[in-house]
Design a protein around this ligand. Sequence first.
Ligand code: UDP
Length: 465
Amino acid sequence: MDLERQEHGEMKMMKKKKHHVLVVPYPSQGHINPMLQFSKRLSSKGLSPTLATTSFISSAMNLPSTTGPVRLSSISDGFDLGGFPSAPSIGAYLSSLHHSGSRTLAGLLAEFREAGDPVDCVVYDAFLPWVLDVAKVHGIPGAAFFTQACAVNYIYYLVHHGKMRLPLGDTPVRIPGLPPLELRDMPSFICVSGSYPAYFELVLHQFEGIERADWVLVNTFYELEAEVVDEMSKDCPVLTIGPTIPSVYLDKRVTDDKEYGLNLFELDPSDCIGWLQTKPPRSTVYVSFGSMAALNEAQMAEIAWGVKSTGFNFLWAVRTSEERKLPAKFKEEELGDTGLIVNWSPQMEILSDAAVGCFFTHSGWNSTIEALSVGVPMVGMPQWTDQPTDAKLVEDVWRVGLRVLVGEDGIVTREEIRRCIMQVMGNEEMRTNAAKWKELAVASVSPGGSSDRNIDLLVAGIAGP
Ligand code: UDP
């Protein structure tokens, strides 16, 4: 009788045990943010997530063992002391990440198993297809997570499968589910042939072995990219699960999910939110080019004088490494009460503040979907990778902004910057469109919304029958 009772108790314990999901992002801010957020969402749905960054990030940032409900762990990229900046080349870094990452990931999976907490599913960044190989060797299901827009993934998908030949012939390029695309609308690795070969290989390799993935997730929402999601799903069924921004800006169902919570850059100590709150509604331009873009001095000067010449207030995030490129004394003498420059900002808090009327952005996918989710129109100044395509969609499909024109010398002039900001600030049509996307973004992750249903499908699949 006692034995029976004990067995029954154990059965109940086993039933109660939350399924363990290991989430492995590419180690950069733009990939960690959405995958950490997705981990929090999975936790709110009853799973137990662990996010694995790299040993370098973990020690350099002195990461705690958890952030909110998400446990933090690490694998090695082979550069434990210096991370990416210490690698001799992009290719060398990616190859080391692959080899050291595979080895240490296998170790981590074994560790969890030995500790009686085996991993039930690996959600891996599609930039790291080798994670799926390791998971499969360990008999663990895998979900690929694409951090970029579905449109961009589909373009790479077509190139990878030889359905779109490079170099591109006649333009505009016609791809089902997308507007006609000029060369400059294509991801930079395609448009500027031969640029960043290691990264180009990386984005095409996302589809290597994808048919063995148990799920393919994309950080977008169905209503935003319905046609291209449908087209891609004919060949490669995808589940849209975004936006993955903190829940407080969307459905508010994930407890305490107010910020990303894993900054690779130190937040600026200045009270930029307090400063913003002294500004009237829609009076301020927020300027940021993300975590990687490095502009030259001439371009920085055009931005500085162009933004200032609009007469609007502006809040500009300039990373510490970029600050020396600002025009001399600009920060000290030209800002007055209308401008504020910070090194790293709480971007979501800023974008959702009523004072912000326009986001002058590099059109990184996270920045784009963040602005769409809180209804802020944009001026796009794409730099490379997927950004040109994002900016094209913002301007011509979602109609919530403009993309700057680049001069023949590669520089965007202050006059052009001024022209675009003046047109977007206070543009009622763009505001109305942005408000519509905001509403659809919130609905998609709310109960019964398109992303919510897809996440439930994934969770049910992981939990099993
Ligand atoms: N970000 C931030 N503070 C800043 C600049 C950027 O929190 O001062 C965040 C932003 O909210 C976004 C991410 O960093 O989530 C940047 O990702 P994105 O895809 O836009 O660009 P990337 O940095 O990958 O080029």
